[in-house]
Design a protein around this ligand. Structure first.
Ligand SMILES: [Zn+2]
Length: 148
């Protein structure tokens, strides 16, 4: 018991003032493990060096005393992750609604428009920028998600 506590104290003291783990740390660890796993099949020196580089960077980041800089790196990373998540959520929502709605980007302002799914060619006007354009809506062919 005492021995392991001593080790923990030593570790805590060592990590004091150092950055530690964050979202980017876990992501880089996952990338490192994925590269190591891939290299079981590829036996490539490039992959080997790359995985070592990722590992060293991951460890150096967590031991860094430049906490502000590491925090900013993580912030940039998390912003990108959140953007991807939002995009995935949006395309999931679009898929779920595609039986009732047809999604079309406005050719004028690139805003995504949700149109009622009525098959045929229609003339429509973007509510955001007023651009008028024709849209050809095909009948729904995906998997039905609601009973009707
Ligand atoms: Zn528009």
């Amino acid at each position: 018991m005492n021995g392991s506590n001593g080790l923990r104290d030593k570790l805590l003291r060592f990590m004091q003032g150092r950055y530690g783990a964050d979202g980017l740390f876990y992501f880089m660890t996952a990338v490192y493990l994925a590269l190591v796993f891939l290299n079981i099949f590829f036996h490539s020196w490039t992959l080997h060096i790359l995985s070592l580089a990722v590992f060293v960077l991951t460890v150096l980041r967590s031991l860094s005393r430049n906490i502000e800089k590491r925090r900013r790196e993580n912030e940039i990373f998390m912003t990108a992750v959140n953007k991807l998540r939002a995009r995935a959520a949006r395309s999931r929502r679009m898929r779920e609604q595609s039986e009732d709605y047809y999604f079309k980007k406005c050719p004028g302002c690139k805003k995504m428009l949700r149109l009622p799914r009525v098959s045929g060619t229609h003339s429509t006007r973007c509510p955001a920028c007023g651009e008028q354009f024709k849209v050809n809506i095909k009948p729904f062919r995906g998997k039905r998600t609601r009973a009707s």
